[in-house]
Design a binder for this molecule. Structure first.
Ligand SMILES: Cc1cc2nc3c(=O)[nH]c(=O)nc-3n(C[C@H](O)[C@H](O)[C@H](O)COP(=O)(O)OP(=O)(O)OC[C@H]3O[C@@H](n4cnc5c(N)ncnc54)[C@H](O)[C@@H]3O)c2cc1C
Length: 358
């Protein structure tokens, strides 16, 4: 018997893979509706096609270009292999539907509170006073994972605020995302269609202020908020203790440079099911697959956090060159280990930022 806490992409897709392997799986979700509230921009690179095929109702828009703005308002545009903009609520319900077809049970309004070991199994306690016995417990319960806390796996993890709203705004080209450097870690405007964009910032120190500045700059009108906390990847966080496992945001498996993790959640879901079924070491499996890229992302993010406006302006100047744009156009940004060296070879002046890496 496997109990999974949290019906986000990490929890439901792990449930799907385990059920396919013959396990009896129940997913416990605190909310009363899967995929609600939305706390995400829903952007995923085409790398997802190797991991999950979604139905077309999940797709809101396709993005073919990214335009970057430096603090001094210089910009450069990069063509990309088209990204998907998903309806995040629909995505979560779609994955849960796949799991349900394999026999997974979903229990809504079940907020996990704690567990205790009893003989060879565990007793799970929920806020609605239910007590459930389980053999395996998986924490897919997001950034503040109660499972991680109860298992002593929370460590001293850090969080960044992602402040986003759907807005009415002027959209010149709905196939282009704008990224604004100099607003917190960065700001974005992601079109849903010709009239509405998901506008937001990730910011550690002053999210409200950075968000207000961006909204004012874009003359946007807020429709509704979709904000949330994002854990910073922490390589010290252990993701397994006996029969308790962590995945997704609960395990801090988030790419720190872009703060996205849907793809990594889905990749790791299959690895976790494999580890349980084949009695393999889960930590080694996922670290081999995404560990280096998680680490590189953190290095890139920590370096960018030390940038002044002048550094960002210089970076924008370098990336305006076709030789660097072509590297970004032909690679997906989920795996910087595959192209970071190409960037440095094509533009050795990028090494001027190296002291900030240290
Ligand atoms: C503003 C913002 C924009 C983002 N944009 C992107 C993006 O464009 N692309 C991308 O890839 N990623 C993006 N992310 C990150 C992405 O949303 C998360 O990394 C992703 O949702 C992680 O999935 P998960 O399944 O691990 O956790 P979640 O999606 O957080 O799911 C956890 C589930 O657990 C439930 N839960 C929590 N506690 C309990 C409990 N005690 N008991 C029972 N259930 C519980 C929650 O209700 C929730 O349903 C963004 C994040 C933010 C905040």
């Amino acid at each position: 018997m496997v109990s999974i806490i949290g019906a986000g992409p990490a929890g439901s897709y792990t449930a799907y893979f385990l059920a396919k392997r013959g396990y009896e799986v129940t997913v416990y979700e605190a909310g009363n509706k899967i995929g609600h509230p939305i706390q995400c921009s829903g952007v995923v690179t085409p790398a997802i096609e190797d991991v999950l095929k979604v139905k077309k109702e999940v797709i809101v828009n396709r993005i073919k270009k990214i335009r970057f703005f430096s603090p001094n308002n210089q910009s450069f545009e990069v063509n990309i292999k088209p990204d998907y903009v998903y309806d995040r609520g629909e995505l979560d319900r779609y994955i849960a539907g796949l799991a349900e077809k394999e026999g997974v049970k979903f229990k809504l309004n079940h907020r996990f509170e704690s567990y205790e070991n009893s003989n060879n199994s565990m007793k799970l306690k929920f806020a609605n006073s239910k007590i459930i016995n389980t053999d395996i417990l998986i924490g897919a319960d997001g950034p503040y994972s109660k499972v991680a806390q109860c298992a002593g796996l929370f460590n001293n993890r850090k969080f960044i605020t992602g402040l986003q709203a759907r807005c009415k705004t002027k959209i010149e080209d709905k196939s282009r995302v704008d990224i604004f450097l100099g607003y917190g870690e960065f700001g974005w405007s992601i079109p849903e269609d010709e009239y509405c964009a998901r506008i937001g910032v990730v910011s550690e120190k002053n999210p409200q202020n950075d968000f207000k500045r961006l909204i004012l700059n874009l003359k946007a009108e807020t429709i509704n908020y979709q904000s949330g906390m994002i854990p910073l990847y922490n390589s010290q966080v252990k993701t397994q203790k006996d029969n308790v496992y962590l995945i997704g945001d609960a395990a801090t498996m988030v790419k720190a440079a872009t703060h996205g993790s849907i793809l990594y959640c889905l990749i790791t879901a299959e690895l976790l099911a494999k580890a349980i079924h084949e009695k393999k070491d889960y930590e080694s499996l996922w670290r081999k697959e995404i560990g280096l890229d998680l680490w590189l992302n953190l290095k890139i993010r920590n370096t960018l956090c030390k940038f002044s406006d002048k550094d960002y302006n210089k970076l924008t100047e370098y990336f305006s060159q076709d030789k660097l744009k072509s590297v970004l156009s032909t690679n997906v940004r989920d795996f910087p280990s595959k192209f970071i060296l190409q960037l440095l070879i094509k533009e050795p002046r990028l090494l001027r930022f190296f002291p900030k890496v240290l």
